[in-house]
Ligand binder design. Structure first.
Ligand code: PMP
Length: 425
């Protein structure tokens, strides 16, 4: 097959007629498919539902000498702190176990900056004239939504194959109004990139002008390999401490993609000084989080080895789904030269970069043929992709037969959008 850029107008027109025919046929099937969000599929949820059997009315609810059913232990069951410390490579005393969503902890961490200010900071951010925030993009839309809801001025930082472009970051943090940065260091959403050791070193050793600069380190995919073995990743708390930046970082994680999204356990990890500061603030907010659920997770997952064994079960379900997406792109799109994409081995997404100017049109064509994709532009601050190019494919939810149909619609829509654009230019 020829690259579209090498076809004559006549060839492009013939191709358009053929692809339009295919598209009309697919549309005529009246399908309703969804690849919009990174939700685990039903098989994954079924695979962990026996967790609900580990606690019954006659179970032993004592754990670490604590009755998990009662008030107390604001920062969580010690066994649960230990489990997450093992996963993140940090110490149990650095871990705070929260409720069922790390996103809520992230939102709350930032909300506290606005209402009360940061530890040793410049006071509440709500009193500041301006708060600027670094947003490596493509990135996670819900991070950007948090920033936007607080009225931050979001600054896009390009992603490279090694993580955020640190030359750009190091320049931007010289501005004292830049108060923080989002990072998804392992299997970044959506690129699936693992930050390199050099990127990590440069992040941990940053010298921002704002003394209360907040590094939001969202380690959402810390044990989420779907091809190959578990990839160890350094502890950001220790890395930052090495460069005198112990208080700069808050790390986040959850079991949303290990047990149940929305009904799992979430954590943040931070320095001793940060922990003391935020615990005082949290103490006014809640007596203690759901320790019954923490106990269920500890009894079910046991330890890091238990989590990694479970991760293998998820990988056995997710691996073929990612293979399906990557194979379809390789076969249908690669020879045409109209898009490029990452080939991740973990996380929940495949990040596709189409030729400039056709992501929105592709999304619309998918929609009209019954396939819902993540909104084009969603992976950029303010929902605005300057190139109109990045699309996030989320293969986890549909069963594989549906995924095959979804990819057929996606690839044909992408081709159609590319042909229309090339013929109109
Ligand atoms: N962070 C990232 C990078 C994510 O991709 C997601 C889910 N898609 C979350 C956080 C949400 O985590 P939680 O369910 O713990 O709020």
């Amino acid at each position: 097959m020829k690259k579209y850029s090498e076809m004559s107008k006549a060839e492009l027109r013939a191709e358009l007629e053929m692809v339009q025919g295919k598209y009309d046929e697919l549309k005529g099937r009246g399908l309703s498919l969804n690849m919009a969000r990174g939700k685990p599929g039903k098989e994954q949820l079924d695979a962990v539902s026996d967790m609900l059997d580990v606690l019954k009315s006659d179970s032993d609810f004592m754990c670490d000498g604590i009755d998990a059913r009662n008030y107390g232990n604001l920062d969580g069951l010690p066994s649960c702190k230990k489990l997450f410390a093992e996963l993140l490579g940090t110490q149990p005393e650095n871990v705070f176990v929260g409720g069922s969503a790390s996103l809520q902890l992230m939102y709350d961490t930032i909300a506290k900056c606005y209402t009360h200010g940061r530890l040793n900071g410049d006071g509440p951010w709500s009193k500041l004239e301006k708060v600027k925030w670094l947003c490596p993009a493509p990135g996670y839309d819900r991070h950007f939504a948090i920033s936007q809801s607080f009225g931050m001025e979001m600054i896009t930082v390009p992603m490279t194959a090694e993580g955020p472009d640190m030359d750009v970051v190091e320049k931007l943090i010289q501005d004292g109004d830049v108060r923080g940065m989002w990072c998804v260091p392992k299997y970044s959403n959506p690129d699936g990139i693992i930050y390199s050791a050099e990127t990590l070193r440069r992040i941990a050793s940053m010298k921002p002008a704002a003394k209360d600069f907040l590094l939001m380190w969202d380690n959402a995919y810390c044990v989420h390999e779907f091809f190959g073995d578990y990839v160890p990743f350094p502890d950001i708390l220790a890395e930052c401490a090495k460069y005198g930046n112990a208080d700069m970082v808050f790390e986040f994680a959850s079991t949303s993609k290990i047990t149940f999204p929305g009904a799992g356990v979430s954590v943040f990890a931070c320095s001793a000084a940060n922990m003391e500061y935020v615990k005082k603030l949290l103490n006014a907010q809640i007596i203690s989080f759901d320790k019954v659920n923490q106990l269920r997770h500890v009894r079910y997952l046991k330890d890091k080895a238990g989590v990694l064994a479970l991760a293998k079960k998820h990988a056995a379900i997710l691996g073929p789904k990612f293979r399906c997406v990557l194979d379809a792109l390789e076969k249908e799109i690669a020879p045409l030269g109209i898009a490029q994409w990452q080939r991740p081995s973990g996380g929940y997404f495949v990040s596709v970069n189409t030729m400039p100017g056709i992501a929105k049109a592709t999304w619309q064509l998918c929609k009209e043929a019954g396939l819902t994709m993540t909104g084009a532009g969603a992976t950029f601050p303010y929902g605005k992709d300057p190139q109109d190019s990045n699309m996030r494919v989320a293969p986890s939810l549909p069963p594989i037969e549906q995924l095959e149909q979804a990819m057929e619609i996606y690839c044909v829509s992408l081709r159609l959008a590319a042909l229309r654009k090339l013929l109109s230019d």
